[in-house]
Design a protein around this ligand. Structure first.
Ligand SMILES: [Zn+2]
Length: 373
């Protein structure tokens, strides 16, 4: 009898565990994020490579190989007949779900704009459905791909019929369903002189974004199942922010002063630190917690450009921020992701993706390598 009870208890736990595991996977299946003109996936990074014939390229973290997104045999990748060149010229964002790429062909005067999918090598293109909105370019905004959806902020410029003058920008947040082609409205469109929303990311089933209420940019959190909305940071005016793992980082403004808000999305714990200016370009993992401040000062660099002075700060265990280095933005590497011992990020002089060993970056080396050059 005792054996039997133990056995029952054991089977019940297995069932519960199996159930939880499955649910969690569905909720957290955030497979890729489009940010800063690149798509970050768990296995690599897809990016727009701007050379003579701009192309869509993919860098595989494991094999360290570069793939041109074109399935055509013997293609020279030098005309818009090539998928990699065509995508470079016509899409505004792209993401990976399972074994497919999903992308949005831009709305133009000739094209209403639509979602498509293709295989991972760029072959087998299929139209999913029309989506007649411009992509959002609000500061800090990202496009999220998970499950079989894409969540994005949209922006559409409006013009006066008679004069042709720009009158404002309509902005909303949509959840596009790739299985049905349905464009579900998560946040109703609003028209202002600036985008009303910015999507910072997702934590579990909570969407983290800002909404312009006419006076302030307020941080919102939406339960993606029930659509219930809360304002976890209250009435604070948010300038920009980012979700990095279970941490929310926001640059906020209070009485003409700037602060960095570091919030734990699991526990709700919050820390506020005064900063010299707007904190942006966050990189936050277990070992390295960084943010950038672009100052008001600038210098004319050797190549004749006027460039801003940046200050790179490291957040320390004791809650202080240490100035790691400063310089003009031609000498600045901004990390996005850590892959083994390397950091992949942006070379701010050329605006291209680059990689550097994490320890070299910490020591201040300027020897990063531009991806595929
Ligand atoms: Zn090609």
């Amino acid at each position: 009898m005792k054996m039997f009870r133990i056995f029952l208890f054991f089977s019940a736990s297995v069932l519960i565990l199996a159930g939880c595991g499955k649910k969690k996977k569905t909720d957290n299946a955030e497979e890729s994020v489009w940010r800063m003109n690149s798509c970050f996936t768990k296995t690599g990074i897809l990016y727009k490579k701007s050379d003579i014939n701009g192309k869509i390229k993919y860098y595989d973290y494991e094999t360290k190989e570069y793939l041109t997104l074109c399935a055509k045999a013997n293609c020279r990748h030098d005309s818009s007949e090539c998928m990699a060149v065509y995508l470079y010229q016509n899409i505004d964002f792209m993401g990976k779900l399972g074994d497919k790429w999903y992308y949005h062909v831009m709305k133009t005067d000739e094209d209403e704009g639509a979602f498509y999918s293709c295989d991972l090598d760029g072959g087998n293109e299929k139209k999913i459905g029309s989506f007649s909105h411009g992509n959002g370019y609000a500061i800090g905004t990202v496009n999220l791909f998970y499950g079989d959806v894409c969540v994005l902020e949209t922006e559409d410029d409006h013009f006066d019929d008679a004069t042709g003058e720009w009158t404002g920008t309509a902005s909303g947040i949509y959840r596009y369903h790739f299985d049905t082609g349905e464009a579900e409205v998560l946040c109703e469109e609003k028209e202002y002189m600036r985008p009303a929303y910015s999507v910072f990311g997702k934590y579990k089933n909570k969407l983290i974004y800002t909404e312009w209420d006419g006076e302030k940019n307020l941080l919102r959190q939406m339960d993606l199942d029930t659509r219930e909305i809360t304002s976890p940071l209250g009435n604070v005016n948010i300038v920009t922010g980012s979700v990095q793992g279970d941490t929310l980082l926001c640059s906020a403004m209070e009485d003409e002063k700037y602060e960095l808000v570091i919030a734990d999305l699991e526990t709700g714990d919050q820390e506020n630190i005064w900063t010299k200016g707007i904190a942006s370009d966050f990189f936050w993992d277990e070992e390295l917690k960084l943010f950038m401040i672009y100052g008001e000062e600038s210098v004319v660099t050797e190549d004749g450009y006027t460039r801003q002075i940046f200050e790179l700060y490291q957040y320390m265990e004791d809650g202080t921020c240490r100035l790691m280095r400063t310089g003009d933005t031609a000498k600045c590497f901004i990390p996005y992701v850590r892959v083994e011992d390397q950091l992949i990020g942006r070379d701010s002089k050329k605006g291209e993706l680059a990689r550097i060993k994490a320890e070299d970056f910490i020591q201040g080396s300027g020897n990063w390598e531009i991806l595929n050059e």
